[in-house]
Design a binder for this molecule. Structure first.
Ligand SMILES: Nc1nc2c(ncn2[C@@H]2O[C@H](COP(=O)(O)OP(=O)(O)OP(=O)(O)O)[C@@H](O)[C@H]2O)c(=O)[nH]1
Ligand SMILES: [Mg+2]
Length: 530
């Protein structure tokens, strides 16, 4: 019987033809259940849905794709036996699926078409209102010329997104959902925003939700999640970035109801590393970390490798490399592991050479963006790249440093740390980080102006501990003191037992140099090395 509905083809300029409305009303009346027609722009009925909550089939949704800048090319007209307005669920579906329109046809007690209520999405700027509800009319009185209407709406959507400066770069909405306090979550999102901008993403919104305990299916409650997704669609976001790690099942559940790219903080960090890795060693380490992260997230059932592995864009392990199965990925992991072992051997040789040269080694460590490379540069007159963004440095650089009293040491600068450093990344960067094992003294550089100074210090301590480097003597150095009001820096340094400097101001450095020389004299007496 429903066959007859499928055979309908409406004129392209009508939302719902009078004839289709009649048949729809009649069937609804007969089976006493709501029916939904999913209609293409060419006026063909694509799906017939029976029951109140029915949604378009996954196959249909996969065939007709929507993007934040365009609609799906499908409208949904539902019938119901009572004369009720469109429900919140209908409007959510309109937004989430980015339907051309959603409609509700009331069916009279005699089985005839009653009033038709319609709603459509607005272009992003319309005073924040996501959709417009049209005044209900009888089908034959409906004045909408669907073809013209949809052409104009699509043009508006295109124009709106084009006028955003973000048209070139990708845009992201940051999401945090955890039982932690709002303030704490917001602080973390501030750092996530730095990570995002370091990856050349434009953050257009931040959403924080305090959850009771873990929601299993989604990170957020599914109602709230739908809200987030709708906003993301409406604001033209390309990505949704979760501060919390998403379990593979959570990722899939979100992917099921949206066409957005969804990633978590770990993936974002991996992506930044992939963007920045220049040396062969760096590239191998990043690829290894990405593959290790990816492997447990592959599902047999159609999760596309390119989508996950691609991260925020098409960076990372290339699509072709990833269009393989688990076995191939495992093989690749083994291969990269062996390559890294090779690097490690090389490094052993370099190290023993250096030890033969008998220079004490000072390693600069610290939170990302603390000013480590700037300090190396100013102390050793080098030109390591520095930038006001996180994870600028990935490779280790070693330079000679001459102390005023003639003593010479090796000063090294390396990759910065961050709180909750992804463990796959830490594992993959072992060879780079292992260079620190040679250190006689660690210079822990801290951005004195950082809002969450204690977290920064603690995170670095944690990483050093997990690398079993915590037994190496350490000097705490508070950098960027020029950014604090006079007096405050001194007080802060006194409180933490740190030495205050500003790597940008040479005149602040002699005190540090003197302290380092004294420390070295006790740790590595000149006579102890040949
Ligand atoms: N105001 C001020 N800015 C500084 C100081 N030292 C470094 N900076 C700036 O801080 C930013 C980060 O410096 P980097 O030396 O790249 O920091 P890093 O610790 O090597 O960072 P990563 O390699 O990304 O981990 C740069 O823009 C520097 O110019 C300082 O003493 N005062
Ligand atoms: Mg650096």
């Amino acid at each position: 019987m429903l066959e007859r509905l499928y055979r309908r083809r409406m004129p392209v300029d009508e939302v719902l033809s009078a004839e289709a409305a009649k048949t729809l009303a009649q069937f609804t009346h007969e089976i006493r259940r709501p029916i939904g027609l999913v209609i293409t722009r060419r006026g063909a009925v694509q799906d017939v849905l029976v029951g109140a909550g029915a949604e378009p089939s996954p196959t249909t949704l996969a065939t007709f794709r929507a993007s934040p800048r365009s609609l799906r090319g499908l409208r949904l007209i539902r019938s119901q036996l009572k004369e009720l307005p469109l429900t919140q669920e209908d409007l959510t579906m309109l937004g989430l699926l980015r339907l051309d329109m959603i409609g509700m046809l009331a069916v009279t007690p005699k089985g005839e078409p009653g009033l038709l209520s319609l709603a459509h999405l607005n272009p992003p700027s319309s005073q924040g209102q996501l959709y417009t509800l049209l005044k209900p009319t009888l089908v034959h009185q409906c004045s909408v010329n669907f073809e013209t209407f949809i052409r104009e709406l699509e043009a508006d959507l295109q124009r709106q997104s084009g006028s955003h400066a973000m048209a070139q770069g990708q845009t992201a909405i940051l999401v945090s959902a955890s039982p932690k306090s709002k303030a704490e979550q917001e602080e973390r999102l501030a750092e996530l925003a730095e990570l995002a901008s370091s990856a050349d993403l434009t953050v257009i919104d931040r959403l924080v939700q305090r959850t009771q305990s873990g929601h299993h299916r989604f990170q957020l409650g599914s109602g709230k999640l739908k809200d987030v997704l709708m906003q993301a669609m409406q604001k033209g976001a390309d990505l949704l970035i979760f501060d919390q790690d998403l379990a593979p099942a959570q990722l899939r559940a979100i992917e099921e109801i949206t066409d957005l790219t969804v990633i978590d903080r770990t993936q974002l960090i991996l992506d930044i590393f992939a963007q920045r890795a220049h040396s062969r060693e760096g590239k191998v380490q990043v690829e290894l970390a990405q593959l290790r992260y990816l492997l447990p997230r592959l599902s047999g059932q159609g999760t596309s490798l390119s989508r996950l592995g691609g991260g925020i864009g098409s960076r990372g392990p290339g699509e072709t490399k990833l269009e393989t199965d688990r076995r191939r990925i495992r093989e690749r992991i083994d291969y990269l592991d062996r390559e890294i072992a090779g690097f490690a051997r090389h490094q052993d040789q370099r190290r023993s050479r250096r030890i033969r040269q008998a220079f004490p080694v000072l390693s600069i460590v610290g939170y990302t963006n603390a000013g480590k490379s700037t300090l190396l540069n100013v102390l050793t007159k080098s030109q390591v790249a520095t930038a006001p963004r996180v994870f600028e440095t990935l490779d280790t650089t070693s330079r000679r440093l001459h102390f005023p009293h003639g003593r010479e040491v090796i000063l090294t600068d390396t990759v910065g740390f961050i709180r909750d450093l992804p463990k796959d990344l830490l594992a993959a960067f072992r060879t780079t980080l292992d260079e620190m094992r040679d250190a006689d003294l660690l210079l822990h550089v801290v951005d004195a102006g950082a809002k969450d100074l204690d977290t920064h210090i603690a995170s670095v301590d944690t990483v050093l501990q997990s690398l079993t480097l915590d037994q190496i003597p350490r000097v705490l150095v508070f950098n960027k003191c020029d950014q604090l009001p006079t007096g405050q820096a001194e007080a802060l340094c006194r409180r933490y037992g740190a030495i205050g400097i500003s790597a940008l101001h040479q005149e602040t450095l002699p005190a540090l140099m003197q302290h380092l020389e004294e420390q070295l004299a006790t740790l590595v007496p000149l006579a102890s090395r040949p």
